[in-house]
Design a protein around this ligand. Sequence first.
Ligand code: NAP
Length: 538
Amino acid sequence: MATATQHFDAVVIGAGFSGMYMLKSLRDRLGLKVRVYEAGGTVGGTWYWNRYPGARCDSDSYIYCFTFDKQLLQEWEWSERYPEQPEILRYLEHVAKRHDLKRDIQFNTRVTGGEFDEANNLWTVHTATGETVTARYVIAAVGCLSDTNLPPFKGIENFKGKWYHTSRFPHEGVDFTGKRVAVVGTGATAVQAIPEIAQQAKQLTVFQRTANYCVPARNGKVDPERVKARKADYDAIVQRIRESFFGQEHYFIPKSVLETTPEEREREFDRMWDEGGFAYWLSNYQDMFFDQKANDLCADYLKRKIRDTVKDPAVAERLIPKGYAYGTKRQPLDTNYFETFNKSNVRLVDAATDGAIEEITEHGIRAGGKEYEADIIVFATGFDAMTGALKALHLKGRGGRTLDQEWVDGPHTYLGIAVAGFPNLFAITGPQSPSVLSNMPVSIEQHVEWITDCIEAMRKAGQTTIEAKPDAQQEWVEHVNEVVSGTLMTATNSWYMSANIQGKPRAFLPYLGPEGVGGYRKKCDEVAAKGYEGFALA
Ligand code: NAP
């Protein structure tokens, strides 16, 4: 085994939103010696890697940012309601510079493994560049959607054209002009990319496995008066989103849709539809996620919108989602997605009606016995969500146990922050925390601040290890599963349910607590106030 060359108080893995703030917090608030390892060439995480055409934020920009820097909240001007990837990356670069973060981040360095040394209560961490260091604490800031899922399509090695995965898109971009392009997937990523690619490509073929309920983002410039009013109200906004269900200014209508008249609900549906963004998903009637009949009423409105938009009724029918409840897959936000299927250069290959993808050939994709030729294939096939990137760290806890061994039937965590048997390892927005069911920066800031407070308390008390107790962890896992079992989420084959990847054990990955992000924050604060209840400290 390589000898450690340096010792740090903490190693942070990843320099996206979460790793950046974790560094800032541990270094500048607690004065710790911190090293951040980042596989990418600069800060940004998700926003460094996902450079596909049309990539932009799906949360409103005024709340998709750091709130710890109040001055920056006032100074920074977002150009649009949902800024594009390059703008978000510019913002994160600005934050890195403003807080002098880069001096403690080592870029182009992937963490490949680590072991907890039980004799010394230290982590040893290895990198792909051959470095070995030790640290008291390891914080995984690896993101929930960062481990690329490229399904093992037969014959991919035979393809003579070029292919790309959206989450590893070339930095110089791809010129689709005059090309025959195939896009595989119709999730939130593809829904952003397809209208953009269709504008350039000679021909675009979209391979759909499951049709999606999309609603318009309604991106655009935000009225300057509104921007001003929000800036004046930021303290209250931050308070509200922290206490809210989804970390957004969206609130359910406190009524059953089944108790409304057709006119009343149509008015409400129109209002949410016109507002755009996540309003239809997260500000709808409160029983939408729980009651199939209620859900059907909300879904029917969206189905009508597809029929109204797509001119060819046969194409419209194939684009209409079937067999799962609305909202139980992540809501894609679109700009002219369904309209794109009216273009003469765009065709849909639907697994249910045309046949599933059988193989990649030299010249394209074979599905349902037919070959569809392409010069470029874009795989928008998503991620091994939430657990993939954590497992890929190959960390070994007590007794040399790995997360692969601990999580054979899905994740087991305490609060989504810690794992029994892995002392002093913290995950930011880990599985079984609200994470992907929230506006990410809100959940990231909450975890970073909680972890910082915890380490500070430990140092004051002269404690060197903290570790989730197995029984507290078990209770949390049961609670996570019990809460979601009362919703329509578990019946759907979504990545939330680990169902996007063949062989991944079916388990609900985030936490959909009864009071959402606000209730979860309260729970974490209570755990801390009770001397880190459910954790063993030594
Ligand atoms: P995704 O939602 O998992 O979608 C992947 C697509 O590929 C799905 O249509 C899936 O079909 C299809 N697919 C996967 N494996 C396949 C296979 N073997 N054969 C055929 N089709 C296959 O991934 P994503 O679109 O990249 O989005 C992932 C998440 O990233 C989103 O849900 C969202 O949370 C986040 N995201 C955020 C933003 C933003 O905020 N700006 C933008 C994009 C994405 P099935 O549906 O049948 O599995």
